[in-house]
Design a protein around this ligand. Structure first.
Ligand SMILES: Nc1ncnc2c1ncn2[C@@H]1O[C@H](COP(=O)(O)OP(=O)(O)OP(=O)(O)O)[C@@H](O)[C@H]1O
Ligand SMILES: [Mg+2]
Length: 348
């Protein structure tokens, strides 16, 4: 089986991808797999590489003299990789481990769709809808999934800041979460306690996206569920993240040893079952395939509030998705096998 594994990318989560992919590569160390590694630089250049895990983790992979520019061609007749040297390498399945923009947003899924190559991640449309927090909320509202009160504004509207702020204040109580619609890893997100903070938060979010999502603050435990499957997905045991800081920022996620994880989450059995059912409902409503991590808040009274989902969730040493699956009896190697099988079942 020839597998193309893609990592890096033009995204603020480039480094997270490099860290995730090392774990994925480890799980693909098996004689039944022939793995091609394609690194995408922050500038967007595609390089077929023999880099080691250490080099991928440190970023040194880009400097290897034997890297060769290589691309997945959209032409389905090629069905694989074309190198600058003119070689054609057939690919049976693709594993794009690319978080955030240009990866998780469906851009890369579209390329594999054109090329006719099955991929372990979800389709272009579901990826794009899941990446956009506003579209996700619209679809989930329609599907009857409980969410925080929310609204959206466009960055172009901020030229009349006074009017925008009044509109927001009429609809949402402080503190208000302000988020770029499509960023990820908490980039550009602020929790705003008053009007001055809201204005700063809006300006910051506008640096990252033309669309901005505003949400009421939900007080509760942060619960994450790993979902796996196509038409009949399964949900993992729920996990709980307990950020040591004000909210789960980029640093808390990747650099802060003080953030605590609980697997299973500290919830009653009945609430755990409700969260799992809700995670599957979100996965299906968003028309996801393959895998996704679905994140919630659970309030003191047991209300389950959907927050967001990630269709290419982190796979780093501290990431929840592989941990939750392992805790549910699906260890790494088996998880990769299942993802590949699910991709082949869906086909191109
Ligand atoms: N409405 C809310 N109420 C309370 N806390 C919130 C709310 N929205 C976000 N948070 C906090 O901010 C964090 C980041 O928000 P969110 O998960 O929406 O962003 P993200 O950048 O997409 O993160 P990810 O890396 O998980 O994709 C959450 O984990 C949570 O701690
Ligand atoms: Mg999140």
């Amino acid at each position: 089986m020839n597998i193309a594994v893609l990592f890096g990318g033009k995204s603020s989560e480039h480094e997270v991808s490099c860290s995730s992919v090392c774990n994925v590569l480890n799980l693909l160390k098996d004689e039944k797999y022939n793995v091609y590694k394609i690194g995408i630089t922050k500038a967007g250049a595609w390089l077929l590489t023999e880099a080691s895990e250490e080099e991928i983790r440190s970023g040194a992979w880009e400097q290897r003299a034997d890297n060769e520019p290589a691309w997945i061609l959209p032409d389905p007749a090629v069905h694989g990789i074309r190198t600058a040297g003119g070689r054609v390498l057939p690919v049976d399945v693709a594993a794009p481990i690319l978080h955030g923009k240009n990866g998780e947003d469906g851009a890369i899924a579209a390329l594999f769709q054109l090329a006719g190559i099955p991929q372990i991640t979800t389709s272009m449309t579901s990826a794009a809808n899941s990446m956009d927090k506003a579209l996700t909320k619209l679809i989930c509202d329609k599907a009857g999934i409980c969410q925080a009160d929310w609204m959206q504004v466009y960055s172009r509207e901020l030229c009349d800041m006074e009017q925008v702020v009044e509109r927001i204040e009429a609809q949402l109580p402080y503190p208000i979460f302000v988020k770029p619609a499509s960023a990820g890893s908490s980039v550009g997100i602020s929790k705003c306690g008053d009007r001055a903070a809201l204005i700063e938060g809006l300006k910051l979010a506008a640096e990252h996206d033309f669309k901005i999502v505003l949400e009421e603050t939900v007080v509760g435990q942060e619960i994450e569920v790993a979902v796996l499957g196509n038409d009949a997905p399964i949900a993992s045991v729920p996990g709980e993240v307990c950020p040591a800081v004000e909210f789960y920022t980029y640093d808390a996620k990747y650099n802060d040893a003080d953030s605590l994880l609980f697997i299973p989450a500290r919830l009653d059995e009945a609430v755990q079952e409700r969260v799992k059912a809700e995670a599957i409902k979100v996965f299906l409503a968003m028309e996801c395939n393959g895998y996704a991590r679905v994140d919630f808040f659970v309030k003191k009274d047991g209300t389950v509030v959907f927050n967001e989902l990630n269709t290419i969730p982190g796979f780093t040493n501290i990431s929840m998705y592989p941990k939750l699956m392992a805790a549910s009896g699906i260890e790494g190697k088996e998880l990769m096998e299942r993802l590949i099988k699910l991709a082949m079942e869906r086909g191109e």
